[in-house]
Design a protein around this ligand. Structure first.
Ligand SMILES: CC(C)(COP(=O)(O)OP(=O)(O)OC[C@H]1O[C@@H](n2cnc3c(N)ncnc32)[C@H](O)[C@@H]1OP(=O)(O)O)[C@@H](O)C(=O)NCCC(=O)NCCS
Length: 151
């Protein structure tokens, strides 16, 4: 990465781009309406911007007190391996540290890139949900991050 990306809260004008990335990246993409709903209170929806372009995004659900859930993190296929996901995760962890809560997530058992990302950000394995994912059917690994002082 040449310059550090700007990590900022998503806006209505980001929805179309994120919607396109969803369709490109995920087998069960979120709809425009679901993405729009994540702009509301109770979610932390952030984008990584580089030279005015959206490189990636992440969505954290913090409606439950003391236990946020990472719902989405993705980086544009041509821009991977440049530290954008790490920058997004660091923003979310710092944000959650301020609230003193945990971050939970589920990840496909075969998703080595995401698992390595989470491990390198301090997440630990906390369980497994057999056959949780569809298209294709696969186990979900549960991972958790607890900032210092969280129960
Ligand atoms: C997972 C994903 C978000 C990583 O984004 P990225 O911007 O390429 O990741 P970064 O460049 O910030 O890498 C951070 C760390 O992740 C891990 N990682 C990233 N890509 C990896 C790969 N292809 N293989 C193994 N580990 C990888 C490494 O630990 C890396 O740290 P390092 O560079 O010091 O080795 C990206 O691959 C992606 O969008 N995948 C599809 C969507 C997805 O699976 N999302 C997660 C489930 S919701």
């Amino acid at each position: 990465m040449t310059d550090a990306p700007i990590i900022r809260r998503a806006k209505e004008s980001d929805i179309l781009t994120v919607c396109r990335l969803e369709a490109l990246i995920f087998s069960s993409p979120w709809s425009r309406e679901s993405l729009r709903a994540a702009l509301s209170d109770g979610y932390v929806f952030v984008v990584a911007e580089q030279s005015g372009n959206t490189a990636g995004y992440a969505i954290l659900d913090e409606r439950v007190k003391d236990e946020a859930e990472l719902l989405r993190i993705a980086v544009s296929p041509g821009l991977r391996g440049k530290g954008y996901a790490r920058a997004l995760m660091e923003y979310l962890i710092e944000h959650e540290r301020g609230r003193g809560g945990k971050i939970m997530l589920e990840v496909r058992a075969s998703n080595e890139a995401a698992i390595n990302l989470y491990k390198s950000c301090g997440f630990c394995f906390s369980g497994v949900r057999r056959g949780y994912y569809r298209l294709p059917t696969e186990d979900a690994l549960l991972m958790a991050y607890a900032p210092e002082g969280a129960q």
